[in-house]
Write a protein of this length. Structure first.
Length: 301
């Protein structure tokens, strides 16, 4: 019962966004851009400024990159055996590799582990954002029917403000720069509002996902990778990393999160099998209502 109560607050906030979108029909892109470009950077700055740089940062990066590459290799092997098209392979990588560690994972970890767990989760969120906006964006563009050059891809990556916020926060910490009280209070206010806003946005995004028919084989593989293979691989990776028990548990739980909502925006923007990506996001998110409490129970939160 306790693990259900941990997940329930997050699900209820998602439900607020879902119902609000169904009843009132907000313009989601504007709200999403506000969260990504105006709010996320402050949360990233606060996290990297206030948390002393240590080896955990490196271990989390190694974990995220290793998990990402293992899942990509798995998808490519299966895709080659089934002779899937390039756009479909790219869509499967977007859906199967990148988990919703931000607007789903972070609040769940906050409710389950408190402030320290929350800080670990935000660090992973920033690293995942970097991977999604580099590797993920590359596959979204390469799977498109529109040819785009590498310069355009890198310009999109460079412009991601959450990465700027993280680098500035880390720089302030390493250079021992002091943030004035009035600025600190402003950063705190925006940071505290970020997670609730992006949770509501996820609920709104889920309300707009289509229900078009997609290939069951590809969808099934994505679901298996996202909800089963990913946490298993995470457990194996954690066993090889010299991380404390709490951080290891948090990494495994975050690896079991459903498909990242941002992958839907990538697939729509570049027309990379958007129906498959949207269906994956919707189904894995609905399944997570059951799987996340199970994962929390397994790791004995």
């Amino acid at each position: 019962m306790n693990v259900i109560l941990i997940v329930l607050p997050a699900l209820l906030v998602f439900a607020v966004g879902y119902i609000g979108q169904k009843k009132l029909g907000f313009e989601i892109n504007s709200i999403s851009k506000m969260a990504i470009y105006l709010m996320y950077p402050f949360l990233a700055f606060k996290t990297f400024y206030e948390n002393e740089l240590n080896m955990d940062y490196l271990y989390i990066f190694i974990f995220c990159l290793s998990l990402c590459l293992l899942l990509i290799v798995t998808i490519k092997i299966v895709a080659r055996a089934n002779d899937y098209s390039k756009p479909k392979v790219s869509a499967m990588i977007l859906s199967g590799v990148f988990m919703n560690s931000g607007n789903y994972g972070v609040p769940v970890i906050l409710f389950a582990f408190g402030e320290l767990g929350f800080r670990y989760a935000v660090i992973m969120m920033v690293i995942q954002s970097f991977l999604m906006n580099t590797i993920g964006l590359y596959y979204a563009v390469s799977g498109s029917d529109i040819t785009r050059d590498n310069r355009e891809i890198w310009m999109k990556i460079i412009k991601m403000p959450i990465l700027h916020g993280a680098w500035i926060g880390l720089s302030f910490q390493l250079l021992h720069l002091h943030v004035p009280l009035f600025m600190s209070q402003t950063i705190d206010l925006i940071s505290q509002a970020t997670i609730p806003v992006i949770m509501v946005v996820l609920g709104m995004q889920l309300a707009t996902l289509g229900g078009k028919a997609v290939e069951k084989g590809a969808l099934s593989l994505i679901i298996i990778l996202r909800m089963a293979a990913s946490p298993v691989l995470a457990f194996i990776l954690v066993s090889f990393l010299p991380v404390n028990a709490e951080l290891g548990t948090i990494l495994i739980i975050l690896a079991s999160m459903p498909t990242a909502a941002n992958t839907t925006m990538f697939s729509l923007q570049f027309n990379t099998e958007p129906d498959l990506v949207s269906a994956s996001t919707l189904i894995t998110t609905l399944m997570s209502i059951i799987t996340i409490p199970i994962m929390l129970a397994i790791v004995s939160v």
